[in-house]
Design a protein around this ligand. Sequence first.
Ligand code: PRX
Length: 653
Amino acid sequence: MSDPAAGQNISSVLQEHRKFSPPPAFAEQANIRSEEAYQELWNRAKDDPAGFWADQARENLTWIEPFTETMSGEMPETKWFVGGKLNASAQCLDRHLDGWRRNKAAIVWEGEPGDTRTLTYQQLHREVCRFANVLKQLGVQTGDRVTLYMPMIPELVVAMLACARIGATHSIVFGGFSADAVADRNNDAQSKVIVTADGGWRRGKEVELKKAVDESLKKSSSVKKVVVVRRTGSSITMAPDRDYWWHDLMDAADADCDPTPVDSEHPLFILYTSGSTGKPKGVLHTTAGYVLGTMLTTRWVFDLKDDDTYWCTADIGWVTGHSYICYGPLANGATVVMYEGAPNWPDEGRFWEIIEKYRVSIFYTAPTAIRAFIKWGDDWPRQHDLSSLRLLGSVGEPINPEAWMWYHRVIGQERCPIVDTWWQTETGAIMISPLPGITPTKPGSCTRPLPGVVPDIVTKTGQSLGANQGGLLVMRQPWPSMLRTLYGDHERFRNTYFSEVPGCYFAGDGARRDEDGYYWVMGRVDDVLNVSGHRLSTMEVESALVSHPQVAEAAVVGFPHDLKGEGICCFVTLKQSDGDDQLKSDLVGHVRKQIGALATPDQIRFANGLPKTRSGKIMRRLLRDIAAGRESAGDTTTLEDYTILAKLRQEEE
Ligand code: PRX
């Protein structure tokens, strides 16, 4: 692939002609069974979005008060289901209590050490009601923000739905982030309460969450109360009148709590994600549109049925876990498998053991994980009975065709359709994906837009491009589950997503559409890395490096990495002294402390200077070539000092 940032038309070198039709046995029983049904839904949603979405919202959501207007206002200020009142936790729980589903397993959980717990819908409902009362008792009111910094344990889902039950807005911070990152997010959201655990298990080691919370609270004064789940049993300090044990509060809490009716547009959660500049962006999602979007896409894309056992391996700290572990599946009354730990603990067969043990039928994971499975070898999955699987999914980054083929052959045993789902934190729900009963798949393509999604591939001025021309991926119509703002910075929201291409939502990805109308996403066009399927901004890693006392300047770029998709390469100029290995490892540790383990640099390269244009702009394109070990093909005539490139290349050797 050429450098996506280099021009407005992007050339793609990926040639892939294999095509796989849905297996007939799958197609016969699928939720969407005919191409005509898809075309009809898609065309109706495009031509009459208000009519289409009104029908979907009435049919699928339980309204406490009906809405009076389906959509109002132009993108990006579109409001959905105006005048309606509902509650997201009631949508995920209370609706299932009237009939047989009340004793259906909602969450089948397995901890990394092997402990297990199952919560039926009724049990989950009780826990959520009790924790909702706990939050109220701690002074949390409708509209307040609550930070959740927790391991993958059922209490995390309980806490999310308890927030939703009282109309509080949750802000989940992934457990791999550092104390500083927690403090920044607490401050930005002005959270009143933080819910955490003593620790969680990851690859046999304890992740010390409470310790990080204690450190973060030195820098975030809005947080007044801390609730701590006992998970690992390790020794922690509890501050009087600030820190409370989850089990103590829950023991004393009443199990009745009516859901608070909130407006359709009431903020459900904030989730921070990386952009190319500045601090992380607090993507805000609201209630009705988001819940409807995740609910419908779960049913369409994963072909969910009542007897499925569904497992999404994401962490709830990312949007995939919000939408496809919690809200989407639970709103549909699904049985969701939830796993706390690493895929290679105690050995590389753990995922396949879980699939066999719980008879998982739908499995949703990320290309970075698939590449790791390939590396570990076919023997691990072969040792387990995977015959319960009927559908496989992928998300987070483009899946390379060879990884797709391996997934199809070894895990799906050539029996299971693969849904390669393209979407983002900002879109809330899956946007472009095969419908497994009808869409012939091509390895590496996320195929076609779902009903209600009207994408295009355009130039910077918004002109549509023809087949197989690479350009910017945009959305021409608003959709209910889209983000509503960046928390506290509406102008940045408008600038980031709606100013680049006039009249459209700009996703930040480069893509092409082939002669069959299939989309092929090529990756980000901004300075955002996709490391193991997680978005990281080069700018944040640079800021972390420059905050080290010995660093004068830093430029961070991605390079192709076999397992992680992209690795992080840091070019660093020092204030004085020459760098040595000790300083390299200090800098790696420094970035981990500032951002978290997920931002661990793969390479640190010291340089006396960075390649800059005469106007002082760092030429990242050249650094990307060096990091990838390629010759620089493009134009270097604007470079201020030619000798710098040669010096940087020498550094490599
Ligand atoms: O570049 C695209 C890539 O991940 C980005 C969104 O990242 P995030 O907001 O962290 O959400 C990840 C999980 C939804 C996109 O802009 N991406 C995600 N899914 C795919 C993908 N790229 C190609 N194919 C996909 N299926």
